[in-house]
Design a protein around this ligand. Structure first.
Ligand SMILES: [Zn+2]
Ligand SMILES: [Zn+2]
Length: 127
């Protein structure tokens, strides 16, 4: 029991400090030294979703990723080299200008892709 709540606290801490949403595998890797298993990570993520503490972020072609539910509206940058996903601050807005007459938009997603800072830096070193 104590061990389970310890894991939950660790998972929440990693998610809270992350630069973007993380997959179950990311979390297991981040907590590798604790010996946490993937099934335990999934169980806590599932609990977090049903408690409304976490939201699931699904980008095309990627694994399910998770982030705290209490973040303001934001979008994502996906690195094509390391596949990491980073939170972006803010929203371009004005997207309803794209909506045809007679349509009603409920939500939108904006995903930028390219290379993250680390991948750009390591590419420069290689050249
Ligand atoms: Zn990268
Ligand atoms: Zn937006």
């Amino acid at each position: 029991m104590g061990r389970h709540s310890d894991y939950r606290r660790l998972i929440w801490r990693v998610l809270g400090a992350a630069a973007g949403p993380l997959s179950a595998e990311d979390l297991r890797d981040a907590l590798a030294e604790t010996g946490i298993g993937i099934a335990t990570v999934y169980r806590h993520l599932k609990d977090g979703l049903s408690d409304g503490d976490l939201v699931c972020v699904e980008l095309p072609g990627g694994p399910k990723r998770f982030e705290p539910a209490d973040q303001p509206h934001h979008h994502y940058f996906e690195c094509v080299e390391c596949q990491a996903v980073f939170d972006l601050v803010g929203c371009p807005g004005g997207l309803d200008r794209l909506v045809p007459p007679g349509f009603e938009m409920d939500r939108h997603e904006v995903i930028l892709s390219g290379r993250c800072h680390d991948c750009v830096s390591s590419g420069r070193e290689a050249n």
